[in-house]
Design a protein around this ligand. Structure first.
Ligand SMILES: [Zn+2]
Ligand SMILES: [Zn+2]
Length: 167
């Protein structure tokens, strides 16, 4: 597994970045460092009031390690209302947004521990795609597809044995 560099895209919360850093390093047993910041402005699409995920992903491509962008801004790709994250399959870049991972987004009281847990799962999931993994049928595996927070909450933050072997 290549080393992983975290990039703050926009102005994500520092505690969330550090939590993602620890979770990713643990799950992939690789070095993970916080490496810099990227301005999200050029990816903003005023007609949607959201940020184009793929435009940010392209700016995260890197030669010798995987770069993971972590952001608080709301991401979309043109065919979908929103995305929690996106990755270049078998590539070098991934991005995750926690905009829709907060309980407040759904009108519920804040839950910081749950937010860290969801963001870590989504980060590990997108890095899995960047490392070449596709979606997994095991609903508990972190590589299970999850387009709603309810699905994120039922799966674990870990790769199943099958996905780990495929890495
Ligand atoms: Zn996925
Ligand atoms: Zn799996």
């Amino acid at each position: 597994m290549k080393p992983i560099g975290l990039i703050a895209v926009g102005n994500p919360d520092r505690a969330i970045l550090e939590s993602v850093q620890a979770a990713v390093a643990r799950e992939y047993r690789t070095r993970c460092s916080i490496e810099g910041q990227l301005d999200a402005h050029s990816a903003f699409r005023p007609e949607r009031g959201q940020y184009h995920s793929t435009a940010l992903l392209e700016r995260l491509l890197h030669d010798d390690h995987i770069q993971l962008g972590v952001t608080e801004v709301d991401l979309f790709i043109p065919i979908l209302t929103f995305v929690f994250g996106e990755a270049q399959l078998g590539g070098s870049a991934a991005i995750v947004s926690y905009h829709r991972l907060t309980q407040e987004f759904y009108g519920l009281p804040a839950d910081d521990a749950l937010l860290l847990d969801r963001t870590a799962k989504e980060a590990i999931h997108e890095i899995g795609h960047a490392a070449g993994l596709t979606h997994c049928d095991d609903y508990q595996c972190v590589m299970a597809a999850s387009h709603a927070v309810e699905w994120l909450d039922v799966k674990s933050a870990a790769l199943c044995a099958f996905c780990r072997r495929r890495l």
